[in-house]
Unconditional design. Sequence first.
Length: 417
Amino acid sequence: MKHTIKKLPESIVEVEVILDHKEFIDIYKPIFDRAMDNVQVKGFRPGTAPKEMAGAGVDNDKVFHEAANEAVRINLKKLTEENDWQFIDQPRVEVLESKTGLKFKAILALFPEVKLGNYQKIAKKIMADKKESSIDDEEVSRAIDWVLNSRAKLTRVDREVKKGDAVNINFHGTIDGKDLEGASHKEDQFVLGQGKFVPGFEENIIGHKEKDEFEFFVNFPKDYWKEDLRDKKIDFKVKVNGVFKRETPKLDDEFVKSLGKFENVEAFKKNVKEGLTQEKDQKENQKLRLKIIDEIIKNSKIETPKVMVDRTLDKMVHEYQTYTQKLPEKERKDESVVREELLDKAKNNVATNLVLYQIAKEQNIEPTKEEIDIEVSTFLAHSGQANNQNIDKNQLYDYVYGELKNRKVFEYLNLLK
């Protein structure tokens, strides 16, 4: 076998292979013989007819294509093993003319070579700047207030609504006399003063009673997130369905015991503080992880193959379309626009995964079978699908394996202080 290898951009390799007459015949002849043995010749059992007669009944084109495919398979396998290649897409093969044997060209998309920068030095430098999370009394107080408000007792009252009350309303918004999509709702219940709506809306509800029907307008902010509504006058028709006085529970030992295994208020406050600290730690770690990966990518030589980017982008676009499918059609973006907007993120995601893969390879980081089994069991139990026979277990194991492996890589990087 003679061959040439040409490296192309984006981790593509072009291979040209030439087999001489003998090399190709050694593959061709067994296939031709099998085809001849299967030829039906009248008066003879299969495989017993004279070769001249059986040979005339062989489909030579079919035999050649089968032999060529076998030759491609055998020789690509040999080259793959010799060069330690890993395909990320099906090879594109073209059989070329050859007067003596067989000649073919293959375009191969390979797992890219990743030359990492000094990721240990990068991680150490960034992790050295990690700030210890601290939670002050005000943050704890806000969290406790949220808990108390979420368990407030609602009592229907026959009086004018005021700030701090819960109110149930129907509302309908129009602009220039035309219905405004997304600006109408029935039986919408919320607490006045929590800023659920644009400024000016809730203020117009204050002072009204149950069954009141009234109209007002609101000028949307100049920096409103939807450009076409910025600084626009929106008219609203509102009906009050109910007014509810809110009574928040008293923070005492009896109340905190109803929330869980807390002996007293101090134990509850300690738990809240620990939870907030853990949450802040997680956010800080996530921020540092992203910074570490970004710096490693900048200091590495990484080719992001188009096929990998396209697959990642396809998945991201599908997720976006699934998420936005219930939005009005005019609020959904065209697929071409979404692809363009997400392209850079897809490239970054591919580069990130390649960095994590290479670090795991260099540091021999692998999750154990026991770790994977525990994670899979936990996932199935929490999702309520432990007995679901329709789950693709192999796909789930692959997903968990990848997540655990990446987590272990980050744990390794976090320890480089």
